[in-house]
Design a protein around this ligand. Sequence first.
Ligand SMILES: NC(=O)c1ccc[n+]([C@@H]2O[C@H](COP(=O)([O-])OP(=O)(O)OC[C@H]3O[C@@H](n4cnc5c(N)ncnc54)[C@H](OP(=O)(O)O)[C@@H]3O)[C@@H](O)[C@H]2O)c1
Length: 211
Amino acid sequence: MLINDGGIEMRVTVFGATGRTGRLFIKKALLKGHEVVAFARSPEKITFQHERLTIIKGTLSDIDAIEKAVKDTDAVIELIGAVSEGTANIVAAMQKHNVRRLIALSAISHQDALDKRDFQRALINGIVKLTMPKLVKEVSKAAAIIRESELDWTLVRVPSLKDNGSSSYVKVGSYGRGEVGFQLSRADLSQFMYEQLTDQKYIRQAPAISS
Ligand SMILES: NC(=O)c1ccc[n+]([C@@H]2O[C@H](COP(=O)([O-])OP(=O)(O)OC[C@H]3O[C@@H](n4cnc5c(N)ncnc54)[C@H](OP(=O)(O)O)[C@@H]3O)[C@@H](O)[C@H]2O)c1
């Protein structure tokens, strides 16, 4: 990690780099002076180039490619959340190469001890469970793998994502306490993930966030 101009320049590896939030995150990190390693199964979807951007092609079962992407990085951003085999491989690669900081996406369905009962959340989760049962199971498995790891993890629990809107203030808290809502813009998600690179507050925690 390099210290420069009062800021911290980091090498950050991004999984889910080709997605809508992934691309926003990469542009932000590059703009702020960081070095970015983008892991992608379809690198052609990243249509911009930068001298501090490295793209590594691979699938989430390609252990060699995952290790190459995480080796010597300062932090890993995981914007997939529902491919538990991939999460297991990323966590194992990080542990092998002594990379500690993992900021990973999770979802509204993932329960945290600080949550209280919430009718609207229960309704949303009920519908998602009915329509996408496999997705819900994968989110739960992926989160359990991260929680059981020795890493400095943060599980960022998100509701429904939308493209429009960027607030200057992202709500952070637990469900059932009136602290967070049920809509989140990808710009706000990307901003919150970015802030976690230098913020220790949510290490080994699973904050729920909303716009
Ligand atoms: N849409 C919602 O309301 C919502 C709600 C909660 C959570 N999420 C999750 O939040 C994340 C970010 O959302 P987004 O809308 O910005 O993402 P997105 O545009 O849908 O992109 C998803 C990213 O994950 C990658 N990915 C998905 N499955 C993969 C797999 N099996 N192997 C390798 N890469 C895989 C995609 O790679 P390719 O480009 O190669 O496909 C892409 O980079 C997503 O993972 C999504 O599932 C979404």
